[in-house]
Design a protein around this ligand. Structure first.
Ligand SMILES: *[C@@H]1O[C@H](CO)[C@@H](O)[C@H](O)[C@H]1NC(C)=O
Ligand SMILES: *[C@@H]1O[C@H](CO)[C@@H](O)[C@H](O)[C@H]1NC(C)=O
Length: 451
């Protein structure tokens, strides 16, 4: 018996494996909001002051949907020294707001992203309330917003004043021609830092959310959504958001937000059906890495996998890197792109973002795309009905595969990123009845779009 069967088994194993990726566009999951980054901490100002043509090249590489990464989300910081630098004395006194129309270069960047590149998701995020609204009378080093549960100050309860201040900031942007789409009032409130930072738990956050929602609505900003809570990691964010829910305020939110530093996105947040965003993550300790296959947690491959796993296993609708672009500094990969006065250097992380941001546009629905052949697989149906497929091969050998269910197209075009290629469009491949075959090299990422 064995002598007869064994050769047959061997023969079968020598055949190329039938790695079939069966797309099912009729099974849809979350809607994509977008992919993006921030230019906080003064980088927007450096960006604005950069001379052309480099400035235009950096803008294009981040936001251009035909030549760059096509990012569609910009996360701005609401700085504590900004629109209400001086205390009105007490929480119930009328504030004196100031507006310089520049906001550290963020107005220029937001206007340019919005008006020239069609970026519609502008997330304005406060790291802290101004010092005088806080228990520690300091913008830095944690402290609480005066008046939230368990936190009192002789100057009064500043919850409404903070809501008024955030709403004023949205108005100021509107007066400068920028439509803020989302506002956040906490950043990593699970810890204290020697820069703008403020503590909060979910019960306390719920008190601010309730006041802020009512204040935005009363000012006519019913479509400006509130994001919460940008804690440092996934399970910290899950816990605080469940507290927000228990306190009855989760339905006043527009998005559930988490950073990736203290815990990568994991199991979906099943306690709410609001969209979930990963709003800040980077490897802050490695040097400037541009490689795809090497460079550990700053390699292009790592970020391609993190984004893909975020959308396929964590139900993310948005994924943001920390900084988009900064002046060159060899000691950091906290950004996707670095510039000098004469050159622009894009990391493979940037091109990993491009595979998603360019081909899963805002409003796209993720579709069913089971993996095959050990490949990482994700797929989307865009609002115009076109599909896109992202395939990641983290192994060292090439893998042949067949795709079925790509829809009613006659050709697909592969787009390749690996150590040698930056988002390179390849020769078109014929599609028959929604099906085509392709090969992906080891340590590579490919997207497939209608050709
Ligand atoms: C994007 O890049 C294309 C191709 O280089 C260029 O024609 C277009 O003007 C750019 N878009 C913007 C908004 O600059
Ligand atoms: C995924 O997120 C969407 C909102 O974007 C939500 O409606 C859906 O219930 C979520 N699914 C899971 C499994 O959490």
């Amino acid at each position: 018996m064995t002598l007869v069967v064994l050769p047959l088994v061997l023969a079968r194993n020598l055949q190329p494996r039938a790695n079939t990726i069966t797309l099912d566009a009729s099974t849809t999951y979350q809607k994509i909001i977008g992919f993006g980054a921030s230019e906080a901490f003064g980088h927007s100002n450096q960006f604005q002051n950069l001379a052309d043509p480099i400035r235009r090249q950096v803008l294009d590489i981040l936001f251009n949907k035909t030549s760059g990464a096509g990012l569609t989300i910009l996360r701005n910081v609401i700085t504590t020294g900004g629109i209400e630098p001086k205390s009105p004395g007490s929480a119930t006194n009328a504030p004196t707001y100031t507006w310089d129309g520049n906001d550290d270069g963020q107005i220029w960047l937001s206007e340019t992203a919005q008006n020239e590149y069609g970026v519609k998701t502008i997330y304005a995020n406060a790291w802290s309330a101004p010092a005088y609204m806080k228990t520690n009378n300091n913008a830095n080093n944690g402290g609480y917003l005066c008046g939230v549960s368990g936190q009192t100050c002789s100057s009064g309860n500043w919850i409404q004043a903070y809501a008024n201040y955030l709403t004023q900031y949205v108005k100021d942007y509107q007066s400068s021609g920028v439509a803020i789409s989302h506002v956040g009032f906490l950043n990593e409130a699970d810890a204290s830092f020697p820069y703008d930072s403020m503590r909060s738990d979910g019960t306390q956050a719920a008190e601010v959310i309730t006041a802020l929602r009512a204040t935005l609505d009363a000012a006519g900003f019913t479509s400006v959504l509130i994001n919460c809570c940008d804690f440092e990691g996934w399970s910290l964010s899950q816990t605080v958001l469940q507290q927000v829910k228990s306190a009855g305020a989760i339905d006043k939110l527009g998005g559930l937000t988490s950073h990736g530093y203290a815990g990568a996105p994991g199991a979906p947040f099943t306690f709410s059906n609001l969209p979930v965003w990963q709003t800040e993550w980077a490897d802050l300790s490695s040097a400037w890495v541009t490689s795809f296959s090497s460079g550990g947690t700053s390699s292009g491959l790592t970020w391609a996998q993190r984004i893909q796993s975020g959308v396929t296993t964590s139900n993310l609708s948005a994924f943001l890197y920390w900084i988009g672009a900064e002046p060159a500094a060899s000691s950091s990969s906290a950004m996707l792109v670095q510039w000098t006065s004469t050159s622009v250097s894009a990391s493979k992380r940037l091109w990993a973002f491009a595979h998603f941001a360019r081909f899963a546009r805002p409003g796209a629905l993720r579709i069913k795309s089971p993996s095959a052949g050990g490949l990482g697989v994700s797929a989307f149906k865009n609002t115009d009905g076109t599909l896109s497929l992202q395939v990641i091969n983290s192994g060292s050998s090439s893998v042949q595969f067949t795709v079925s269910g790509f829809g009613n197209v006659s050709q697909v075009q592969p787009v390749l990123t690996d150590d040698k290629n930056d988002f390179v469009f390849g020769s078109k491949i014929a599609v028959a009845s929604g099906s085509f075959s392709a090969t992906i090299a080891g340590m590579a990422m490919m997207s497939f779009i209608p050709g």
